[in-house]
Design a protein around this ligand. Sequence first.
Ligand code: MN
Length: 234
Amino acid sequence: MTKYLFAPPAVASVPIRGSDEHFPIRRIFCVGRNYEAHAREMGLEADREAPFYFTKASVHYVPSGATVPYPPGTANYHHEMELVVGIGKAGFQIPVGQSLSHVFGYACGLDMTRRDLQIQAREKKLAWDLAKDFENAAVISELASASEIGHPCKGKIELKVNGDIKQSSELKLMIHHVPAIITHLSRFYHLQPGDLIFTGTPEGVGPVAAGDRIEGMIEGVGEITLNIGAADSP
Ligand code: MN
């Protein structure tokens, strides 16, 4: 038995809808600029050739329904509503026709973003970690199994802040769809059960403030909520 200096972190895990089992999180991959209209609102062109990725640490996961403190180091904390894919079967260099057989299920996700830090990083050609990979930045709803809901490739994706619709689009407007993302990502990683993939946000991203409530939904997948609390004091 390995003796640890201190207790190792608990395994972050996502509840599975209609089950008493949880899906343990291995890695969290996120696709950037996967909807044309979002790329445009960010002042950029989407790359139709290939998706690109950033990652979030599994310890930065927070479940739907949580209240999170307004994060430090930002004055422009943004919501990004996304479809999340949960990998259930290992695979490497997966042919596109087999991609969906590696999916356990789907969830709603919020890719919470310190937008001001992202734009600064972009301008200086620096990494996005401070902007994307921070505490409570990976909000994920219950996972719905593909055996229950199938493989959603169309349907409404929507997000409200305090009851007002901010993001409203369609999954079918994704540039790179789930099978193509899995095929591409598996050229660079040996995908494993527990890997999660945020598939990108549609247009309408914007800031939230302490006291705000976010409610998101994806037709045929589920719902997600997040409450923004006051910033932590030292
Ligand atoms: Mn995103």
